[in-house]
Design a binder for this molecule. Structure first.
Ligand SMILES: Cc1cc2nc3c(=O)[nH]c(=O)nc-3n(C[C@H](O)[C@H](O)[C@H](O)COP(=O)(O)OP(=O)(O)OC[C@H]3O[C@@H](n4cnc5c(N)ncnc54)[C@H](O)[C@@H]3O)c2cc1C
Length: 619
């Protein structure tokens, strides 16, 4: 497999500074983005490319080659394998890989947010070690980076960055999964105020069996809200459970933790009392978008492995890559990865620009980082869902392309399939994230009034009705522009109608909210992939042949998205509207969503033939 799947850089990039409207989460629904203000992966600089190559080489050398030599996956329920995972984490630390998000002042690399996403994409080749390293560099250390005092940072971050200290994040409890604030773990302050005594149980803790420090969430006395603590294993009073037997990510430690009068010094409280729940949500936003980056990495790897096999494997006297059924799979994997990548790095870049904007306003570095990610919580939830679905889809199809060999442990494909499945469950389940995207959007519409969806939505019926006149269409511009705008309008129309009709009952209508969330996600992904093509078209030095295929991937994505949006919109309308209201909404929808006709077979064949010729993902 090729280790460098980054697109070739064009000779000249044409980026423009980010506009203010680009730096507001959810604004993509009501504002147009100039393609020149969007970052695309072709713009990685040499340093970023070197970092990605270094990470991929680490994965090949330290994880993939040993896997094939050993002939089985790592399994931390075996002591020898657990020791190997610890050694791997330390080796990663020596190369600086444990400190990607830790500021240089504390021994880290201090990567900007978008380069951090490139790191998460690149480490996808590390199989389940990606989860181990992900917990170390993200949820296990970011609470200290973002919320720690100087003393806490100085004490813990250098050890985490070097890999000497292994970190874990302990939020989930038997009674508190998706409902994260419902935990029963208690922190009782000592009479002299010098420490807390921690009592309770945590479950499903990644890195729990190897960690030296834990970020533990608990309620102080009878507080309503969680607080967070940095807890060293050496404090005592912690019983670590046995390794869980899991479907996948067997090389990643997952245990229960029992706290029995664990003494935690008062200075190890992170942020203020009762700040833990907010912190947990903010940290998860970062984890979510990183998970999407892993999905992009997984999509690229699955495609490349599939292409290699499809070129070699012969049946009925032909390479299986010559069969339309296989071409269809290769094209779908390539196209879905390409679209998600466009949305991913668009968001990461906006988060970095937002951080810079906040820094200019005098906000502190850690506060700026936090608020910048928080700003794009809607996009992070959308990307998490899409990234997890891509990871599951692509590993499943890669296995299918390999037939029986895909089912055999020796190829690693069935392991990838099992490993990918967890992504739909952790960092907030996909259902929770689909709901969250809409909840966050409505908060910004109704409570903070940062978004004016109501006014935008009100214009849509008259716009659509005008289009009933001959020679007038509801949307303007190129077919792509019309469709992207049509998807946004469909969302605004249906969400507005449903909210007016259902009012307070809306929160109980999850099925409708999920349809809306799916339309919202399509609005973001279709626009992102279309903007990426428009930007590539303006860049000098981009290969015309490759661009022609990239354009076809965009067309195929939009073609398929239109069908998904039509189905979700119809299901939503049929779920709440009746009689005349239903008829008029269906009529408006038919005007809003323009036709977007292509021959999907030809598009898929062209895309598949290109990746077969190039030997894998090459965009
Ligand atoms: C391998 C692994 C590693 C993990 N690592 C960590 C870790 O390092 N640290 C940590 O703190 N946690 C960790 N977790 C926990 C993980 O985040 C939770 O499993 C996840 O949040 C879901 O919680 P739950 O398992 O209790 O499921 P539940 O919350 O019980 O959900 C069950 C089902 O109900 C649905 N559901 C729940 N509430 C709602 C609702 N309001 N509306 C609609 N549907 C709903 C869910 O989507 C899901 O389909 C890990 C879990 C696993 C399996």
């Amino acid at each position: 497999m090729t280790t460098d799947t980054l697109a070739d850089p064009p000779s000249r990039s044409v980026s423009a500074p980010a506009a203010a409207s680009q730096l507001k989460g959810g604004y993509f629904l009501t504002h147009e983005t100039d393609p020149l203000q969007m970052f695309i992966s072709e713009e990685w600089n040499e340093e970023q490319r070197m970092m990605a190559r270094m990470v991929k080489d680490f994965c090949v050398r330290e994880i993939q080659q040993p896997f094939f030599q050993r002939g089985r996956e790592l399994d931390v329920s075996l002591e020898a394998d657990k020791a190997e995972v610890v050694a791997l984490l330390e080796k990663a630390g020596e190369l600086g890989l444990c400190g990607i998000s830790i500021p240089e002042a504390y021994g880290g690399m201090g990567l900007d947010f978008n380069t951090g996403l490139l790191f998460s994409e690149s480490i996808a080749g590390g199989y389940s070690f990606a989860t181990t390293l992900g917990a170390q560099t993200s949820i296990g250390s970011l609470p200290i980076v973002y919320y720690g005092t100087e003393a806490q940072k100085a004490k813990y971050l250098p050890g985490i960055a070097s890999g000497r200290l292994k970190a874990a994040y302990a939020l989930t409890e038997p009674t508190a999964g998706s409902d994260a604030n419902a935990g029963k773990t208690r922190a009782t302050p000592s009479e002299d105020g010098s420490h807390y005594l921690l009592n309770g149980q945590k479950i499903w803790i990644t890195n729990g069996g190897i960690a030296d420090i834990f970020i533990v969430f608990a309620k102080i006395e009878e507080d309503e809200e969680l607080s967070a603590f940095i807890v060293e294993k050496a404090f005592g009073g912690i019983v670590v459970g046995r390794e869980e037997k899991k479907m996948g990510i067997k090389g990643s430690s997952t245990v229960q933790l029992f706290f029995e009068n664990c003494p935690v010094p008062a200075e190890n409280l992170l942020a203020g009392r009762g700040e833990g729940f907010k912190m947990a949500l903010n940290i998860l936003n970062t984890g979510r978008i990183k998970l999407a980056a892993g999905g992009v990495g997984g999509g690229k790897m699955s495609l490349t492995k599939s292409v290699e096999y499809a070129r070699e494997r012969k049946q009925f006297g032909r390479s299986i890559g010559e069969f339309g059924a296989i071409k269809q799979k290769l094209a779908e994997m390539a196209m879905r990865t390409f679209a998600l990548e466009a949305a991913l790095y668009r968001t990461g870049y906006n988060i970095d620009r937002k951080r810079e904007e906040l820094l200019k306003q005098g906000v502190s570095e850690s506060e700026a980082k936090l608020r910048a990610v928080r700003e794009f919580a809607i996009e992070c939830s959308i990307l998490k869902v899409q990234g997890a679905e891509l990871a599951c889809y692509a590993t499943d199809e890669a296995m299918q392309v390999h037939g029986g060999m895909g089912y055999a442990a020796e190829t690693g494909l069935e392991m990838g399939y099992r490993d990918a499945r967890i992504t739909r469950i952790y960092e907030g389940t996909n259902e929770i994230n689909r709901l969250l995207a809409i909840v966050e959007l409505s908060k910004r519409t109704v409570q903070t009034r940062e978004l004016n969806l109501v006014a935008s939505g009100k214009k849509i019926p008259s716009k659509a009705l005008k289009s009933l006149l001959p020679f007038v269409s509801a949307q303007k511009g190129s077919p792509e522009r019309q469709l992207v705008q049509g998807i946004k309008d469909a969302f605004l129309l249906i969400s507005g109608s449903a909210a007016r009709k259902l009012r307070k009952q809306m929160g109980e209508e999850q099925e409708i909210i999920l349809h809306l969330s799916d339309i919202l996600a399509e609005a973001y992904l279709t626009e992102s992939v279309w903007l990426k093509i428009r930007k590539l078209e303006q860049m000098e030095g981009a290969s015309r042949e490759k661009l022609a295929i990239q354009r076809q991937m965009m067309q195929l994505y939009l073609y398929e998205a239109r069908a998904r949006v039509e189905k979700a919109a119809t299901d939503a309308v049929n779920s709440f509207a009746t009689g005349g209201e239903k008829r008029s909404l269906r009529l408006l929808l038919s005007r809003i969503l323009p036709r977007y006709e292509y021959n999907p077979r030809s598009l898929r064949r062209n895309i598949a033939d290109y990746v077969l010729e190039q030997g894998g993902y090459c965009f």
